[in-house]
Design a protein around this ligand. Structure first.
Ligand code: ATR
Length: 276
């Protein structure tokens, strides 16, 4: 059996604002696992050396912006979901080899189920996906598994949008040149861009979103995002990315330790920090 990792890290650049250490350390303490989870700020040029050292140590961890694709390329093997998304957010070492997974996919699916209700995956929806980075790829990987759902894809940089649309031609029914066109007639809007992370900017004017649509914003920040607040004020169902953050972290914890993650403990630790 692979020994439990004694060191857990989050690789990103920057990572100072991440709240993963807050709820992962709460979970480790609750489970009585003698390990610490720490954020490592790793510039791209240092990533290779850092990952090599982590493999030698038998460490495990998560990956965030902008390293998810680069770490996927460094893995000796990837789970089918990580392979499909082309991005790794969770890694560990088995027999000296780096293994990569993508728990953002399950995190997003869980957030969507919480918002839309029901135990089964959502079905029969037209979904506007805003963004074309690693987060959008994880979203499309999840939607691909939902019955009879299609997406309209928008991204600020059209070439990147078109590349992602080609990779996910199974679910991308069309692309849009502006977010207002993307959301017209849709039943769900997903903000998979980083817009709204640092300021009160909406990825799309809320008046353009159909009154029957739901809004999922993968961004999270204290007091929720401007997009979520505006959607609720219009009477729409809306949720920010805090639920997805906890669920991807819980799924990662289960990969590393093979025991159920204490989701309530993780959620309470995150909620407390977001409220403070
Ligand atoms: P992630 O892994 O979180 O998806 P990423 O790969 O850096 O991170 O992608 C960030 C996404 O947010 C991209 O879709 C990016 O659009 P571009 O491809 O045009 O860069 C989008 N994004 C970031 N800042 C933005 C802004 N100010 N306006 C619109 N889109 C933005």
């Amino acid at each position: 059996m692979t020994p439990r990792p004694s060191r857990l890290v989050l690789l990103g650049h920057p990572v100072r604002h991440s709240l993963s250490p807050v709820f992962q350390n709460a979970a480790l303490q609750h489970a009585g696992i003698p390990a610490r989870y720490e954020a490592l700020d790793v510039p791209l040029e240092a990533l290779d050396g850092c990952v090599r050292a982590l493999i030698a140590e038998g460490a495990a961890g998560n990956v965030t912006v902008p390293h998810k694709e680069a770490v996927a390329a460094l893995c000796a093997s990837r789970t089918p979901l990580a392979e499909r998304a082309g991005a790794v957010n969770t890694f560990w070492v088995e027999a000296g080899a780096l293994i990569g997974d993508n728990t953002d996919v399950a995190g997003f699916a869980s957030l969507a189920r919480q918002l839309l209700g029901g135990d089964a995956p959502p079905r029969d929806l037209t979904i506007a996906v805003l963004g074309a980075g690693g987060a959008a790829a994880a979203v499309l990987t999840a939607i691909e598994q939902w019955p009879n759902c299609t997406t309209i894809l928008y991204n600020r940089t059209p070439a990147r949008r078109d590349r992602l649309a080609r990779r996910f031609a199974t679910v991308v029914r069309g692309t849009a040149d502006d977010p207002v066109r993307a959301v017209a007639g849709c039943g769900l809007v997903v903000n998979a861009t980083s817009v709204g992370l640092a300021d009160d900017v909406h990825p799309v004017p809320v008046e353009a979103i159909p009154r029957t649509a739901a809004v999922l914003d993968l961004v999270y920040r204290p007091g929720e995002t401007a997009g979520v607040r505006a959607a609720r004020a219009r009477g729409l169902r809306a949720a920010d990315g805090a639920g997805m953050l906890v669920e991807q972290g819980a799924a990662a914890f289960e990969r590393w330790f093979g025991v159920p993650a204490p989701r309530d403990v993780m959620w309470n630790a995150l909620a407390e920090r977001l409220a403070s």
